[in-house]
Design a protein around this ligand. Structure first.
Ligand SMILES: [Zn+2]
Length: 162
């Protein structure tokens, strides 16, 4: 089923997921660590949690890659590879600072952000240099206490959009 056919994600309890991952969305299904997260996602038709909102943003982004899961995941993996040098700052940094993830984290609290068709802002974030991301990642992972990632990104990225 093509990305555009999904209104929101559907939750499913995962057979296996590393304990540091809350959920992983594959082709419109959010595989969750806990049954309660999966139930929450499926409870209503409206977006009502950060998790659901975040994962649904990924669906709308997949619409922006010619409505193709394949192209979306190729882009995702390629962007992760390009971010690999960030692994020396933190194991999770290559993932967290992917353009696709930046858009999802930036807007996961705006619950209607993912309800208006294909999302393209991540393409703007492709222009952010590795040097810049390295500086952000250092700042983020060295902060004590660690800021909420969404707020951290708002401060960094809102300037990029202006
Ligand atoms: Zn994500």
């Amino acid at each position: 089923m093509k990305p555009s056919k999904f209104i929101t994600v559907r939750g499913k309890k995962a057979w296996f997921l590393p304990s540091n991952i809350q959920a992983l969305t594959w082709k419109g299904i959010a595989y969750c660590q806990t049954q309660s997260d999966a139930d929450k996602i499926n409870a209503t038709d409206k977006i009502d949690s950060q998790l659901e909102s975040h994962e649904t943003i990924h669906i709308r982004q997949a619409e922006s890659t010619h409505d193709s899961w394949f192209r979306f995941y190729v882009r995702y993996v390629w962007d992760w590879i390009k971010n690999l040098p960030l692994i020396f700052i933190n194991m999770n940094a290559p993932y967290k600072f992917e353009p696709i993830e930046l858009e999802a984290y930036l807007h996961q609290d705006e619950w209607d952000y993912c309800m208006h068709g294909a999302l393209y802002q991540w393409k703007e974030f492709e222009k952010i240099t590795l040097k810049e991301k390295r500086a952000w990642a250092k700042e983020y992972y060295n902060s004590r206490p660690k800021p909420y990632f969404t707020y951290f990104l708002r401060e960094k990225l809102m300037r990029t959009n202006a």
